[in-house]
Design a protein around this ligand. Structure first.
Ligand SMILES: *Cc1c(COP(=O)(O)O)cnc(C)c1O
Length: 293
């Protein structure tokens, strides 16, 4: 099992700029070779509560390329739970690499029509008894998920003036806001998701609401979309720093950071922490040779 209490490695990025004194990367991607970094921390408290409630099954929702599905399958197996993944859309002829990974961790995969998925229906044919299973929202969205992220960021907070992360559901960003007073900046990997700001606020207590910003101009076409410019950036970033990124979230995050740096967004005394939230398993859906790592 992953040691949730250990603080993951922090790597300093050499900067050839007069702006911003320090940029460090919190390497949550190193926590596990396959499973996405932030997802472990988001699952931590859900698993604790499921245990307290004496549930035997974790049930959650996601798409065919979901890092959350993969992480839930693996975490459930390690923690001694059965797991069920309700997957959006018809069963494909060939399972995606993410779903193959989840299946190898003994997750039961149930394919759900887009309409049923939207309504988050749990099929009656599963014959689940309500007191047996614990339901985790799509993407691990929720206050307990945010708390798990806050737990690891808290000890690092005072060293930094700004903390940047990638945003999907906004749970990780909410965790950063909860963890202290550094300026929290989220880079959205979704196109025009105007609901995100409210989704983050919903996870925060009144005194913390709106103490963050979300940048919407770095989506590269939208969720799970990419462009040659993004791929080129990801390869360059790897050459410069040795840090691999994924094309759904963290490639866009580091691109945004370098762009903000160029634009003079940070000042001379700023100390920036960038949270590498993992997700590298998602790159397996790119054709071979696209990335140099
Ligand atoms: C899921 C995921 C995110 C988004 O996290 P949220 O808490 O849903 O905003 C960011 N990066 C990676 C690599 C992820 O897998």
């Amino acid at each position: 099992m992953i040691d949730f209490a250990a603080i993951p490695a922090v790597q300093r990025i050499p900067l050839n700029t007069k702006f911003c004194t320090t940029a460090d990367v919190l390497r949550l991607d190193l926590v596990h070779p396959v499973i996405s970094g932030n997802k472990w921390y988001k699952l931590k408290h859900y698993i604790e509560v499921a245990r307290q409630q004496e549930k035997n099954t974790l049930l959650t929702f996601g798409g065919a390329y979901s890092n959350h599905i993969v992480a839930t399958a693996a975490a459930a197996e390690m923690a001694g739970f059965r797991s069920i993944g309700i997957i959006r859309g018809e069963r494909p002829a060939q399972l995606s690499p993410s779903l193959q990974q989840a299946a190898s961790n003994h997750m039961q995969l149930i394919f759900s029509s887009r309409e049923d998925y939207r309504l988050k229906k749990i099929p009656d044919t599963l014959n689940l008894r309500p007191h047996d299973y614990f339901c985790i929202a799509e993407g691990g969205y929720g206050a307990l998920g945010a708390q798990g992220v806050a737990d690891i960021i808290m000890p690092l907070q005072e060293k930094y003036s700004h903390i940047l992360c990638a945003v999907g559901t906004g749970t990780t960003l909410a965790g950063i806001v909860k963890s202290g007073s550094a300026a929290a900046i989220g880079i959205s990997s979704l196109k025009n998701n105007t609901q995100l700001h409210n989704a983050v606020n919903d996870l925060l207590s009144t005194d913390m609401k709106n103490k963050f910003s979300i940048l919407h101009q770095y989506h590269f076409g939208g969720y799970a979309r990419h462009t040659p410019e993004l791929i080129m950036f990801m390869n360059d970033w790897y050459r410069q720093t040795g840090i691999p990124t994924d094309f759904v979230y963290t490639g866009k995050l580091f691109f945004a950071f370098t762009d903000l740096l160029k634009q003079g967004h940070f000042s001379k005394s700023d100390r920036v922490l960038i949270v590498h939230s993992g997700g590298l398993q998602g790159n397996r859906s790119l054709s071979k040779g696209t990335l140099i790592f």
